[in-house]
Design a protein around this ligand. Structure first.
Ligand code: FAD
Length: 437
């Protein structure tokens, strides 16, 4: 048994895929069940009210029906505690969310208005939070938006083929991969954005990139990169691989009008690129470790959907998952990253670049792709925050985890888990098709 660490390469014996496959088989039923629970099935995000901060994306909007998202119009379909009316109640003085300064103080030292009301748990209050903590790896969904966003049922808006493709999609992937150019020349790297809105200079750089056609992502290869940069690349590539897996797994044949498992799509995008599959496993190992690390703190988390019986059940299911993950040898060794004192700036750069990736998601011209792109970026952002900002021994100083972050984390894990299963099935299909030749 050995943990996957960010130094590992595709061929490393240490990268034990079969261990992760066995783990995935064991926990899939729990995870499947968990992602159906109300607490994890409803995600609130700003899907329509944020403009692409980097370029004009008006011409890359996907008009296919499959690109559309069914948002929840009728508040009656949302568990009562999350409805706007209830949320505004929770924003009252007693339940106000502590700001970063107050959060640093010990609870008993906080001014009274920042202490949580007796019947209001923090996890119920975080829903209304739109503050950005300096330890966040993702831009909070509410930042810069006119509204608090829409509720979406993740269960009813499955991630699958939408037909979104062409220059618009390509431009988004290019921009995301360019975030990985940490130490290249200024013209090849996009400055980490620190403010809320992209500067004019940044917009120009992106527009310039939009005109270039990047043939190969080898430009951003792992050679000559430090482990932190390699990890950044692998997270993005692994996320891309997972998205590709889902669209191939649930592919639409426009002539027959049928959904089917597209083996050719899998071969073209994944089977012939073992490094992409390896990066997907890398992400699985990383997220597994992050969730395992939350095992203790989630024991005191309140899952508020307004239905105590359901909340009790959700808590039991989460505990089953986290304790299972915490009981295995660690799958990812985050302790070797950002260790060198000279790397402090790199950590900040890494964080800013990941935040930029989350901003780029607002440039995705297909609603459903944007939904899952945003959710998964938020999920990896939450995982990175847990890995690099959480101290298992000294929980009092840990940053808070919003409900949206936890929902994103678990659903991102669910997506990876499903991708691994789908890749296993695709592999069997390849073996059958090659055997019959
Ligand atoms: P793309 O997938 O667009 O890839 C572009 C280039 O990136 C490739 O030519 C290759 O050089 C490189 N590349 C590909 N995969 C990897 C990898 N794993 N690691 C490193 N490099 C790689 N479409 C849907 O049908 N459903 C969705 O849910 C969906 N979600 C999306 C979410 C986001 C955030 C984005 C940006 C796009 C999404 N798309 C979705 C579109 C989809 O990802 C593809 O862009 C589209 O299918 C066109 O594919 P392509 O063959 O041009 O290659």
């Amino acid at each position: 048994q050995c943990a996957i660490d960010p130094k590992s390469t595709v061929t490393d014996a240490c990268t034990s895929y079969s261990n992760l496959d066995s783990l995935n088989r064991a926990i899939r039923p729990i995870l499947d069940d968990l992602t159906q629970a109300d607490f994890f099935a409803y995600y609130r995000l700003n899907l329509y009210n944020k403009v692409c901060p980097f370029w004009n994306d008006e011409n890359s909007i996907c008009g296919n029906r499959a690109c559309a998202v069914d948002t929840i119009e009728d508040e009656g379909d949302i568990p009562p505690i999350w409805r706007a009316e209830e949320l505004s109640k929770l924003e009252g003085a007693r339940a106000q969310h502590p700001g970063p300064k107050q959060r640093k103080e010990r609870p008993e030292q906080r001014p009274l208005q920042y202490q949580l009301g007796q019947n209001v748990d923090e996890s119920c209050v975080f829903e209304a939070d739109d503050e950005c903590d300096e330890r966040d790896y993702c831009v909070p969904e509410d930042e810069g938006a006119a509204t608090k966003g829409d509720y979406v049922s993740l269960v009813n808006n499955t991630e699958r083929f939408t037909g979104y493709a062409g220059p618009g999609a390509r431009q988004v992937w290019d921009a995301i991969y360019k975030e990985n150019c940490f130490s290249k020349s200024a013209t090849a790297s996009i400055p980490a954005q620190t403010g809320r809105h992209a500067s004019k200079e940044l917009k120009n750089i992106f527009q310039e990139y939009g005109r270039q056609h990047v043939e190969s992502k080898d430009d951003y290869s792992l050679n000559d990169q430090c482990i932190e940069q390699r990890a950044f690349y692998r997270i993005i590539s692994g996320m891309h691989a997972s998205i590709s897996t889902h669209l191939c797994w649930d592919y639409f044949n426009q002539s027959s009008g049928e959904w089917f498992k597209n083996l050719e799509c899998y071969k073209e995008r994944l089977h012939n690129y073992p490094d992409r599959i390896s990066n997907l496993y890398f992400n699985y190992a990383l997220v597994t470790r992050a969730i395992a690390k939350l095992d203790k703190s989630l024991q005191s988390y309140t899952f508020c959907s307004g239905d105590p019986a359901q909340d009790f059940e959700t808590k039991q299911k989460v505990a089953r998952l986290t304790s299972e993950l915490a009981s295995i040898p660690s799958t990812f060794d985050e302790s070797i990253m950002f260790q060198d004192p000279s790397m402090i700036d790199l950590k900040d750069d890494f964080k800013q670049r990941f935040r930029n990736v989350s901003r780029i998601m607002d440039c995705v011209g297909c609603d459903k792709c944007r939904l899952w792109g945003k959710l998964q970026t938020a999920g990896y952002g939450a995982a990175l925050k847990v890995l690099f900002e959480f101290d298992e021994q000294n929980a009092a100083d840990n940053p808070s985890l919003r409900r949206t972050e936890l929902v994103a984390l678990i659903n991102t894990f669910g997506r990876l888990s499903h991708s691994m299963k789908a890749i296993g099935d695709f592999r069997s299909m390849v073996a059958v098709s090659e055997g019959s030749k």
